[in-house]
Design a protein around this ligand. Structure first.
Ligand code: GDG
Length: 521
């Protein structure tokens, strides 16, 4: 039964989460319109326990272009859609977020593109998110902003609502300063983030990269895990202290473990193996089809192992699940073409009638089917060239209650810093990758069990609920008040007013630049 609509203007919340996407999927309502249902993503699962007992709101894009739906309650969570036009999606999301920031933050595996109109739209959209947050936040609320699409939001919210506590979490790597420095808008991005009280990263190295960036590019003073900062135009005698820390994200271990133990999933795992002709070794890869995930290295290693007759198909079968991703972007289209051509070549040479060397699945599956795939696979290949964390590695481990299965894990995944008992690989080193795959395939049962037990203990102890709780505790205990030497209440109010006027002026200017650039395109 749909939850009753609430009077929107009067709604204020103690906890406001903001992420690019709302945790909903649009589905056809059968009447020519769209109905929204909860999507079972990792972030929602993570947030559930911390949101359950609080008045919480979630601000984000509903996933369809144009005017979004009115705010609505779903399972006690207030969802506040941010509308994005088709052009804004192209410029803010596909353009600046995924063709500028994503490559820079992932070691420039592909070249980054810089366009001023993308940046202007990024700023305009960040501003829209900030306004939605400001409207939803109760006095003194906690605001938790997520990811690289919303890096300007912390300072924008702070300028309008200094009473709220603001955190930001980076799901992807934070790059070394030498790469970050390429961004023409590097200063604005760092200043945007420094509006937060606490900035969370996946790895210690990401937090350190951020601190180094503050020192090297903005000449800011850092001390331990903190950085001191005066926003531009503010009273220079007032400094805010921002804390930075590594809080690695995780998965819902208990939920996945329970799912993988259900008779349906256990039976389905056996059925998958049987459909594939009961190979001696089933090797699995599950990723978004993204150039960061190391598809090319993985396929090359597998092809060479077949060609050198170290393994043979179908005794060793590879199942590759490649979730469709960012298909409007050239680099993703090219990757798909290359992956599909390589798989065609491998299958042409090494498959037999009725048994393929590679089973390629370019589609999305329900969670239970994914759990069955994890349970069916003897070897799991997680070989990114760079990855903030990689949840798939942790999901695989969570599903292996039988203590069987071997995880091959790239040292460039954030997860590698926690999952020490995996079979480590460097995906740039094809010989090394082949050796890691063979070590996993040939590992004795008791060694696999020993490794898997240790991996499972780590993920069970550091699950996603603990991640969310730790994050919110770190945010709550971050230094709160600005250290002020001179300004009194009146001065502060004046600065406050000046800041919000400046923000409005900036927006106006950015919208005008966007408009004039569009005219001249
Ligand atoms: C970013 C960072 C970081 C995949 N195929 C299907 C499916 N999936 C699910 C997986 C997993 C999720 O998608 C992918 O998460 P990853 O962590 O592997 O990677 P990104 O999408 O790049 O996520 C990453 C993460 O944020 C969290 O902070 O770990 O480093 O890049 O949960 O299971 N899910 C379903 N069907 C599929 O076919 N249902």
């Amino acid at each position: 039964m749909p939850a009753p609509r609430q009077p929107v203007a009067a709604t204020r919340f103690d906890l406001v989460v903001a992420a690019n996407r709302l945790p909903v999927d649009g589905v056809d309502d059968g009447l020519g319109g769209t109905r929204f249902r909860r999507s079972p993503g990792g972030l929602v699962t993570a947030m559930e326990p911390v949101m359950r007992d609080r008045d919480a709101a979630w601000v984000g894009w509903a996933g369809v272009p144009g005017q979004g739906p009115e705010p609505f309650y779903q399972e006690r969570l207030w969802l506040r859609p941010v509308s994005l036009s088709a052009e804004e999606i192209e410029q803010y999301y596909e353009g600046f977020s995924n063709e500028t920031l994503w490559p820079i933050y992932h070691d420039v595996i592909v070249q980054a593109a810089f366009h001023r109109r993308w940046w202007n739209t990024y700023r305009t959209v960040n501003r829209r998110f900030a306004m939605a947050i400001v409207e939803a936040a109760a006095p003194g609320a906690t605001v938790w902003v997520h990811d690289y699409q919303l890096q300007l939001v912390p300072a924008m919210v702070r300028a309008l609502r200094p009473d709220v506590r603001i955190g930001w979490f980076d799901h992807i790597p934070f790059p070394p300063v030498e790469l970050f420095a390429q961004l023409p808008w590097r200063r604005e991005l760092v200043e945007g983030l420094l509006g937060a009280d606490f900035l969370g990263f996946q790895r210690v190295a990401d937090a350190e990269n951020f601190l180094r960036t503050c020192r090297r590019l903005l000449a800011l003073a850092t001390k331990g895990d903190t950085v001191s900062f005066t926003p531009p135009g503010d009273d220079p005698s007032v400094q805010r202290t921002v804390r930075v820390g590594a809080i690695p994200i995780s998965v819902d271990f208990k939920g996945l473990d329970a799912l993988a133990r259900t008779p349906q999933v256990v039976a389905r795992a056996a059925e998958i193996r049987s459909c594939l002709g009961n190979p001696q070794v089933l090797v699995l890869g599950v990723d978004r089809l993204d150039y960061t995930k190391g598809f090319r290295s993985r396929l090359r290693a597998y092809e060479e192992l077949l060609r050198e007759e170290v393994i043979s198909a179908p005794q060793v079968t590879l199942m590759l699940v490649a979730l469709p991703s960012r298909e409007h972007i050239d680099a993703y289209r090219q990757l798909r073409e290359e992956v599909e051509a390589t798989i065609g070549r491998i299958n042409g040479q090494f498959s037999a009638v009725g048994s393929a060397a590679v089973y390629y699945l370019h589609q999305s599956y329900p969670r239970a089917e994914m759990a069955a795939m994890f349970l069916a696979a003897d070897v799991m290949l997680v070989t990114p060239l760079r990855d903030g964390m990689n949840l798939v590695a942790k999901e695989y481990v969570s599903c292996r209650h039988d203590l069987n299965g071997a995880l091959v894990l790239s040292e460039f995944a954030g997860a590698w810093h926690e999952l020490h008992e995996a079979f480590t690989c460097n995906p740039h080193d094809i010989e090394g990758l082949k050796q890691a795959i063979m070590a996993a395939i040939n590992s004795p049962r008791d060694e696999r069990a020993r490794r898997m037990k240790a991996l499972r203990r780590r993920v069970a102890d550091h699950d996603v609920q603990r991640w969310a709780t730790c994050y919110l505790e770190s945010l709550a205990s971050a230094p709160s008040k600005p250290h002020s030497s001179a300004s009194n209440g009146r001065q502060r109010r004046e600065i406050q007013l000046a800041r919000s006027v400046r923000l409005r002026a900036l927006d106006h200017a950015s919208e005008q630049v966007s408009a004039s650039e569009q005219v001249s395109r």
